[in-house]
Design a protein around this ligand. Structure first.
Ligand code: IPM
Ligand code: MN
Length: 357
C-alpha cells in the first residue's frame, strides 16, 4: 500500500516524539510491505515563526491532498503573550475546523504493569478500558468571536451548536459503542444548559436506531467524579467539545500519564488527523525524555482508521504493550522498579517488539 502522510511536528516535544512515530512507521512499512510517503508542513508556534501565521494556507492544502495527517503538539511560553489570532493553539483549532474533524476518539486503556503508576487505587482502575468520543468542531471553542466589552469589564464566549453537529457526533458514538461493549454514557449539563437539553433529546431519538446499545445520561460534574472513583462503570462516553477536553485529561490519570493517550480526529468524508491527547510540554522539550507512546499509538490509530490496516495497527499496539510489560517506561510514569528510558530508547524497545512478531 502507498500512502501520503502530512507530518506536522509543531512545537515543544512535538518534533522529537514525531520522529519516533516516523521510525515506527518505517518499521511497519518494511515489515508489512507498505510505502509511506511523508511531507512536512507547518503549524502552531513553528508556523508563526516561519510564516507569520499559526496555520498557513499551504498546510491546509497539503492536508487535503494527503491520505492522513499526523500532528505532534502545539504551543509554548514563547507565544503566550501573542494576541489570540497569533497563538499556536489557533493553528490546531483552525485545522480541525478546516478539515471538519468533528469526531475525536480518545481511547483510555491502562497497561497492567503501569497500574501502580496511577495515584488511584489498583482495585479501582485495574481492567478499566474506555473510549471518549469528543465533539471537536463546535461548542465554546468555535462560538462567535469572543469579545471584551464595556472597557474590559464584560467578556462573552458563546456556546454554539447546530442540531446536525450534535447528531453526527452522537451517531458516531453509537457506532463506536456497537463495536465495543454496547454501553454508551452521554455526558452533559442538562440541568443548566439549553445546549445540553437539546443534546439529550438527540441522544434519546438516536438511541431508537441502536436498540442493542444501552444508554445512560450523566451530568458532567458527576461524571468527573465517577471517572476516578468507578472508571470500570464506563465504556463509551460521548460529550461536547469542552467537556470532552476536560474529561479526557482527567481520564488519563487511569493510565498513569497523559503521555499514554493517543487520539484520532475524523471527518465524515475526508482526511483524518492523528495526534496525542497531550500538549507540547515545553518544559521537557529537547531533552529526549518525553514519552513517545501517545504519538506512536496515534500513528497506529491512523493505520487502522484511515488506511484500514488493522493488523499493522495491532502490531504497534502489541509492541507498545510488550515493551511496557517488559518493565520499560519513560520519566513521566511514576513507577517503582523497571527501567526508565529516554524517548529514543523507549522507541527502540517498541521497534524491537515489532520486528520480533
Ligand atoms: C487537546 C488540547 C487542545 C484542546 C488545545 C491545545 C487547544 O488541549 O487537544 O485536548 O483544547 O482541544
Ligand atoms: Mn486538552
Amino acid at each position: 500500500m502507498d500512502k501520503q502522510i502530512l507530518i506536522l511536528r509543531g512545537d515543544g516535544i512535538g518534533p522529537e516524539i514525531m520522529d519516533q512515530a516516523i521510525r515506527v512507521l518505517h518499521t511497519i512499512g518494511e515489515t508489512f510491505g507498505h510505502s509511506f510517503h511523508l511531507t512536512d508542513g507547518l503549524i502552531g508556534g513553528a508556523a508563526i515563526d516561519e510564516a507569520g501565521t499559526p496555520l498557513p494556507e499551504e498546510t491546509i492544502e497539503k492536508a487535503k491532498s494527503s491520505d492522513a495527517v499526523l500532528l505532534g503538539a502545539v504551543g509554548g511560553p514563547k507565544w503566550d503573550q501573542n494576541p489570540s489570532n497569533l497563538r499556536p493553539e489557533r493553528g490546531l483549532l483552525g485545522i480541525r475546523k478546516a478539515l471538519d474533524l468533528y469526531a475525536n476518539l480518545r481511547p483510555v486503556k491502562g497497561f497492567k504493569t503501569l497500574t501502580d503508576a496511577s495515584p488511584l487505587k489498583r482495585e479501582v482502575i485495574e481492567g478499566s478500558d474506555l473510549l471518549i468520543v469528543r465533539e471537536l468542531t463546535g461548542g465554546l471553542y468555535f462560538g462567535r468571536p469572543s469579545e471584551r466589552r464595556d472597557n474590559g469589564n464584560v467578556v462573552v464566549d458563546t456556546l454554539h451548536y447546530t442540531k446536525n453537529e450534535m447528531t453526527r457526533i452522537i451517531k458516531k458514538a453509537f457506532e463506536s459503542a456497537e463495536l465495543r461493549s454496547k454501553k454508551l454514557t452521554s455526558v452533559d449539563k442538562a440541568n443548566v444548559l439549553e445546549s445540553s437539553k437539546m443534546w439529550r433529546e438527540i441522544v434519546e431519538t438516536e438511541s431508537k436506531n441502536y436498540p442493542d446499545v444501552t444508554v445512560e445520561h450523566v451530568l458532567v460534574d458527576a461524571c468527573a467524579m465517577k471517572l476516578i472513583t468507578s472508571p470500570k462503570d464506563f465504556d463509551t462516553i460521548v460529550t461536547e467539545n469542552m467537556f470532552g477536553d476536560i474529561l479526557s485529561d482527567e481520564a488519563s490519570v487511569l493510565t498513569g500519564s497523559l503521555g499514554m493517550l493517543p487520539s484520532a480526529s475524523l471527518a465524515e468524508n475526508g482526511v483524518g488527523l492523528y495526534e496525542p491527547a497531550h500538549g507540547s510540554a515545553p518544559d521537557i522539550a529537547g531533552q529526549n525524555i518525553a514519552n513517545p507512546i501517545a504519538m506512536i499509538l496515534s500513528a497506529a490509530m491512523m493505520l487502522r482508521h484511515s488506511f484500514n490496516l488493522d493488523a499493522e495497527a495491532t502490531a504497534i499496539e502489541r509492541a507498545v504493550e510488550q515493551a511496557v510489560n517488559n518493565g520499560y517506561h519513560t520519566k513521566d510514569l511514576q513507577v517503582e522498579g523497571g527501567t526508565c528510558l529516554s524517548t529514543t530508547d523507549m522507541t527502540d524497545q517498541i521497534i524491537k517488539q515489532i520486528t520480533k512478531e
